[in-house]
Design a binder for this molecule. Structure first.
Ligand SMILES: Cc1ncc(COP(=O)(O)O)c(C=O)c1O
Length: 493
């Protein structure tokens, strides 16, 4: 039996695939395409269903069904006694045939252009040194994670179900409440916990909720691009006041001068991102005093406080003033970033607003993953994993520090002192442009992020972020050697 049939006098019908079935749908699609391309014009008379079914070797009912469908859609009109024509109403409405059907002449909004440009800066780094937080070998969660996942997805709470609570799965919210209370002195109930798909979403939701058009917010200078880019690309009707940091964290006195009436402050008190110092207790109290005076919210991004290698971490800012602080945490660093689970702990009056914004954005994160994580935490595996990771990352950090000291010329770069976290900052000397170095390193197979884009325009310093991932020692040393070669060649050019 022949696989295809030729049309008689409608060229666009071309070939119908008889093996694919749904011949009336295929025929309707072919006729629609012919009208779109201008091969069939308004008023053109179509062959009768009898002629067409004979020519295409189709059942007459198949052709009739296609005609009826297109008539219902307004492409065709049937006139008793005079056959079926392409609808006259399409005369001026049929767009001219495009040479390239993908070519688009609709201008992009300023916002679309800004977001597209940001996307080019945020392509994920490849899993090579010095990409941060890449769980390879000894930093990946062990078999327990896989076993729990299999069991919970197969039956029980992780099995397929309907929509879940937009705040997140209750067992996970309870487990998080318990975890942050013990480890970070955060004061909350499970009703204040909202599961997010990572801190990035928490930051985004917070900016939507605590700021109205025209409001200003303090943002540290330098800061994580994930917060500054929200203001740059999306919230251009809200003002981002960049407040410098010094060795005690955000300079509250400077903030009072720059934007005394700001409605919120976005800070990284445990471990300033990217410069690594914790916010001193006196600064914490100063910041909270300003927030109280101004009736402003403080958004605490606590992205990697688990990784402190010496002494005790400062308790959270939230614990000092739970009515004013929105606390954001993530499992990206301590477990793995592709999990896309984090949490926002919000003062009671903000809870419904976060819930509403969450519903409008994506309803809630995948339910099964939340239950896997809840069990992982409830059974004590997360605490064990964190204890193990502290040891592993302390060692990675030592290896990275040794590699930099051994292979990178002190005339070209120097490590910023720090004793916590999952990255180190390498200051570049002698006018070395960090963007150029990052691009050169990428070509050499080394992943580093440039520091200067994290500063407000005109205040940038040149440096690199070197992340601690789960790479072996040899790979880290090789990467440091390659990075040095890049630095030497750029310094000489
Ligand atoms: C300072 C800071 N905040 C937030 C995030 C976002 O983390 P998540 O993966 O949870 O969205 C990161 C990730 O690197 C970060 O460094």
């Amino acid at each position: 039996m022949p696989r295809t049939a030729k049309t008689v006098d409608i060229p666009a019908i071309g070939e119908l695939d008889r093996h694919a079935g749904q011949l009336s749908v295929q025929l309707a699609q072919a006729l629609r395409a012919a009208i779109h391309k201008g091969e069939l014009k308004a008023g053109d008379l179509l062959p009768s269903t009898r002629v067409l079914s004979g020519a295409l070797q189709l059942a007459r009912g198949t052709v009739l069904a296609a005609f009826e469908q297109l008539t219902a859609e307004g492409f065709l009109e049937a006139q008793p006694g005079s056959g079926t024509r392409v609808a006259m109403a399409l005369d001026r409405k049929t767009p001219p045939a495009a040479k390239n059907p993908q070519a688009c002449d609709i201008p992009l909004t300023a916002q679309a252009q800004a977001l597209a440009q940001f996307a080019t800066q945020r392509a994920p780094l490849p899993p090579v040194p010095f990409t941060v937080s890449v769980p390879i070998n000894d930093t990946a969660p062990d078999d327990v994670w896989r076993r729990l996942g299999n069991r919970i997805r197969a039956r029980g709470p992780g099995a397929p179900s309907g929509y879940g609570d937009p705040l997140g799965a209750l067992p996970l919210r309870k487990a998080i409440c318990e975890y942050v209370r013990k480890s970070r002195s955060v004061l909350c109930t499970p009703e204040q916990v909202i599961i997010t798909s990572g801190t990035q979403q928490g930051l985004y939701l917070a900016t939507q909720i605590v700021l109205d058009a025209g409001d200003a917010a303090w943002v540290e200078n330098p800061a994580y691009r994930g917060i500054t880019a929200i203001f740059d690309n999306l919230l251009r009707d809200r003002q981002m006041a960049r407040v410098p940091v010094d060795d005690q964290g955000i300079d509250v006195a400077a903030g009072r001068e720059i934007a005394p009436q700001a409605r919120a402050a976005f800070v990284t008190p445990s471990h300033q991102y990217p410069l690594c110092m914790p916010m001193s207790m006196s600064r914490r109290l100063e910041l909270l005093a300003w927030a109280k005076e101004q009736k402003a919210w403080v958004v605490e991004d606590d992205y990697d406080s688990e990784m402190r290698y010496a002494g005790h971490p400062f308790p959270s800012l939230q614990g000092l003033d739970p009515a004013r602080v929105i606390y954001l945490g993530t499992f990206s660093k301590i477990l793995f970033p592709s999990l896309r689970l984090g949490y926002a702990i919000v003062p009671e009056p903000l809870r419904d607003a976060f819930c509403g914004a969450r519903v409008l954005m994506d309803r809630h994160p995948p339910t099964a993953d939340q239950h896997v994580l809840a069990s992982f935490m409830a059974q004590g595996h997360l605490d064990r994993h964190i204890r193990r990771m502290r040891g592993v990352y302390a060692e990675k950090r030592r290896v990275l520090t040794d590699a930099v000291n051994a292979h990178i010329s002190p005339h070209l770069a120097a490590l910023l002192p720090s004793d916590q976290g999952m990255h180190r900052v390498l200051w570049l000397k002698a006018g070395l442009d960090d963007l150029r170095v990052a691009a050169g390193a990428a070509e050499a197979g080394v992943a580093v992020s440039a520091l200067s884009p994290m500063y407000a325009p005109g205040s940038g310093k040149s440096g690199l972020i070197l992340g601690l991932g789960g790479y072996d020692d040899e790979a880290i040393h090789r990467a440091a050697q390659k990075l040095n070669r890049v630095l030497v060649s750029i310094a000489a050019s």
